[in-house]
Ligand binder design. Structure first.
Ligand SMILES: *[C@@H]1O[C@H](CO)[C@@H](O)[C@H](O)[C@H]1NC(C)=O
Ligand SMILES: *[C@@H]1O[C@H](CO)[C@@H](O)[C@H](O)[C@H]1NC(C)=O
Ligand SMILES: *[C@@H]1O[C@H](CO)[C@@H](O)[C@H](O)[C@H]1NC(C)=O
Ligand SMILES: *[C@@H]1O[C@H](CO)[C@@H](O)[C@H](O)[C@H]1NC(C)=O
Ligand SMILES: *[C@@H]1O[C@H](CO)[C@@H](O)[C@H](O)[C@H]1NC(C)=O
Ligand SMILES: *[C@@H]1O[C@H](CO)[C@@H](O)[C@H](O)[C@H]1NC(C)=O
Ligand SMILES: *[C@@H]1O[C@H](CO)[C@@H](O)[C@H](O)[C@H]1NC(C)=O
Ligand SMILES: *[C@@H]1O[C@H](CO)[C@@H](O)[C@H](O)[C@H]1NC(C)=O
Ligand SMILES: *[C@@H]1O[C@H](CO)[C@@H](O)[C@H](O)[C@H]1NC(C)=O
Ligand SMILES: *[C@@H]1O[C@H](CO)[C@@H](O)[C@H](O)[C@H]1NC(C)=O
Length: 634
């Protein structure tokens, strides 16, 4: 059984976006950047080819000691590499083998979506193959086509990035938000503008000459199958990933022109993209030739994480005043586990704000969580808002623990399974640790891999395939004793005393908390944002446990399967495909996959000038829905 293999933990749903890994982000240095410091030393600067964008970037970096560049330099650098048939065909072959062997939704994605979703059914393998047959001038065009095709899945756990064409971060210095006026009109407004703060709160009527709402609606992101969620995320200043104003992919134009309406005065505002590089990349090339050999071909792939960290740093610097700051209501902090859960009291209700599930559960932490809930119960609040906004997930163990704490008598533990392909079977022993999962039918460990594989066949998108027996990440009742030892009495709140509040971005493991409350325990939900005339999901990207191509290649090589023709060959250019390795099922409808299940919130809230900047108002608006009977959507 190849016991020398380092077993990979399966219990991590990485969040539904590539957020930074806490363990590494601490190592990232933060550079104070100066615009320029032209002094002496110029004799050292080598001549460079001014037509080569990569060389210009290097020259700026060295001569001005800056990590800020122009859009044109980066575009010209990216466009330097002509299309190469061999690279294209090998890239497609690798992707084809990865999707074929490991993507659980490969055929599910061919089925027409539920009416309320917005995505096209897609036969991925056919489409990938087609991409290869088109004509391209540059390698960039080809890779960008691949990236966009994979985006079309609208699966937040699935994305493809190349080192070559995602090595800079783009920022516009002007952030937006969307409000709905008292008479029901939806508008886009300026949230912050560091270049001209007098623009703050002006309405944005048009972007590059087109209706602002339309432009934001069409902004391509893959965070959800629900267009309203995508709209929210495109404008989400708290989202640690790609939004309309923070990008890692090359924007189409060097600047964006906004038509503002400030107190009935129209105004045109043009914003160039600020382009920011990171030293690990900048130190490794001096022209397009070395860019290609050292960056594009480099199989190192922590660049992206570092870029996302840079992007976060920028967002932090343009601090959104969306934290706890209230002019309207008094908020008392009852208990706090920093960067994870906070417990508040406002007026006569409580708030539990869960920011993430990306923390390791152990007994110490479990007791802390219990202490927080107990402290909130001790205040005597009869109603509680569970605020799960901007929560991108983390570990399933955290969701299961919180569900057990809130609903000790219900089964809120979401089953998953694996699409058992020939390829998956060959690496199963490297990917799944049988000690970390239990059968969801009897909560005991699978003794043999064959027990996990089982004998279940489902037809999806017209293709019948084998799926594993269903399983859970460890026995969710493991913490039951600990909870009863540390809670004075069961928590006093029943389903009717709770409400789930999200901005629809409650993804992955977070979604399992929201679903456990809503679908199993009938807790009402309220979602904020989205489009004024359509319902909005209260959670998103339920996908499954995430893996990536690097992990798969490592296992393939550890198992000496490199020469097996079924197996994908490593990418010819440095890149990474991230996919879920498993899928979650609804508890109420056990044949339905959560990722493909439309779940609108019972109630809606919209932002206005005040509640967008003051969360206490939003909490109070959400609390007002507690105990009210929702109107049924479908
Ligand atoms: C370049 O900038 C960095 C960060 O501001 C600074 O620490 C370093 O001393 C500068 N180097 C030179 C040669 O000016
Ligand atoms: C624009 O944003 C960048 C990135 O945070 C910042 O460094 C720069 O100073 C901003 N520009 C202006 C003019 O505020
Ligand atoms: C915007 O970019 C253009 C073209 O690179 C440049 O001429 C212009 O000065 C930039 N504007 C600002 C405000 O930086
Ligand atoms: C660019 O870097 C390469 C090594 O990566 C080096 O051999 C070459 O001399 C450098 N060229 C210039 C112009 O600095
Ligand atoms: C690949 O990138 C790593 C990390 O930035 C760097 O240390 C290494 O030198 C690069 N490899 C090549 C061949 O340039
Ligand atoms: C806008 O961003 C700046 C930092 O870049 C910050 O100091 C300021 O408070 C922000 N303004 C608002 C209204 O959020
Ligand atoms: C338990 O987890 C917390 C937070 O994840 C961590 O800080 C602590 O060191 C862990 N304690 C033990 C005993 O492992
Ligand atoms: C538990 O269920 C699995 C199927 O999910 C089965 O293979 C296994 O034999 C069962 N174990 C026990 C102890 O019943
Ligand atoms: C939730 O509602 C359904 C019917 O709407 C009911 O059958 C079920 O018992 C309720 N569950 C709980 C935990 O209240
Ligand atoms: C794979 O094939 C190559 C070339 O035929 C051979 O050198 C290598 O030993 C093979 N590797 C394994 C693990 O079989």
């Amino acid at each position: 059984m190849g016991m020398h293999i380092h077993l990979i933990l399966m219990n991590h749903i990485t969040s539904c976006t590539p957020i930074t890994n806490k363990d590494t982000s601490g190592n990232l240095e933060i550079y104070v950047l100066f615009g320029f410091s032209v002094n002496a030393r110029s004799y050292r600067i080598p001549r460079y080819d001014e037509n080569d964008g990569c060389a210009r970037i290097h020259n700026e970096y060295i001569s001005k000691n800056t990590t800020f560049f122009t859009y044109t330099d980066v575009r010209d650098c990216y466009m330097n590499f002509p299309f190469d048939k061999e690279i294209a065909s090998q890239t497609i072959q690798t992707l084809d083998a990865l999707f074929h062997g490991f993507y659980p939704f490969l055929y599910k994605a061919k089925e027409p979506p539920q009416r309320e979703f917005h995505f096209k059914p897609i036969d991925l393998l056919v489409q990938l193959n087609r991409l290869q047959k088109r004509r391209y001038d540059t390698l960039f065009q080809f890779m960008d086509g691949v990236r966009k095709l994979i985006f079309e899945l609208r699966d937040a756990h699935t994305s493809f990035i190349t080192n070559c064409f995602s090595s800079f971060v783009f920022y516009t210095n002007l952030t937006l938000y969307s409000i709905v006026t008292d008479d029901g009109v939806q508008k886009i407004k300026v949230f912050n503008d560091t270049i001209d703060p007098t623009n703050i709160n002006c309405e944005v009527t048009h972007i590059d000459g087109r209706r602002a709402i339309q432009v934001i609606t069409e902004f391509p992101n893959y965070i959800s199958k629900d267009l309203g969620v995508r709209f929210n995320v495109a404008l989400d200043v708290n989202y640690p990933g790609i939004t309309f104003f923070t990008r890692v992919d090359l924007p189409e134009t060097p600047s964006i022109t906004y038509t503002l309406n400030c107190d009935n005065h129209p105004k045109l505002v043009k914003r160039n993209w600020s382009v920011i590089g990171i030293q690990t990349i900048l130190n490794n090339f001096n022209n397009s030739k070395t860019y290609f050999s050292n960056i594009c071909k480099n199989s190192t792939n922590d660049y992206y994480q570092q870029l996302i960290a840079k992007l976060l740093e920028i967002k932090e610097a343009h601090k959104n005043v969306r934290e706890l700051k209230s002019n309207e209501h008094v908020i008392t902090i009852i208990y706090e586990i920093v960067d994870f859960i906070s417990f508040f009291k406002e007026q006569d209700f409580g708030i539990v704000k869960i920011k993430t599930e990306d923390v390791h559960l152990n007994n110490t932490l479990a007791v802390e969580i219990i202490t927080g809930f107990q402290a909130l119960a001790n205040t005597g609040v009869k109603k509680v808002v569970l605020d799960l906004s901007d929560n991108l997930g983390g570990f399933v163990l955290i969701s299961n623990f919180i569900n057990l704490l809130l609903f000790p008598d219900a089964n809120t533990f979401y089953n998953m399974d694996i699409r058992v392909t020939k390829q998956f079977k060959l690496v199963l022993q490297g990917l799944v640790n049988l000690n970390e999962i239990v059968s969801s039918t009897n909560l005991t460990k699978f003794q043999y891999v064959e027990d996990l594989i089982g004998n279940n066949f489902y037809t999806r998108g017209g293709v019948t395939e084998r799926y594993s027996n269903r399983f859970l990440i460890s026995n969710p009742y493991e913490y039951k004793d600990l909870i009863s030892r540390h809670l004075i009495a069961p928590l006093p709140w029943k389903s009717d005393d709770l409400i789930i509040l999200t901005n629809s971005l409650c993804g992955s493991s977070c979604a399992l908390i929201a679903e456990g409350a809503a679908e199993v325990n009938n807790v009402t939900t309220v979602a904020v944002g989205g489009f004024v005339n359509s319902p909005l999901s209260y959670s998103s990207c339920q996908g499954g446990v995430v893996i990536d191509s690097t992990l798969i290649f490592n296992i393939i090589s550890k198992l000496n399967l490199q020469n097996n023709t079924l197996m994908p060959k490593p990418f010819i250019l440095g890149g990474k495909l991230t996919i879920p390795s498993s899928e979650f099922y609804s508890i109420k409808n056990s044949d339905k996959i959560l990722e493909f299940l439309y779940r609108p919130a019972d109630f809606r809230l919209f932002y206005d000038d005040k509640n967008f900047r003051d969360r206490s108002i939003l909490w109070s608006q959400a609390a007002a829905f507690i105990g009210r009977k929702p109107k049924i959507y479908s």
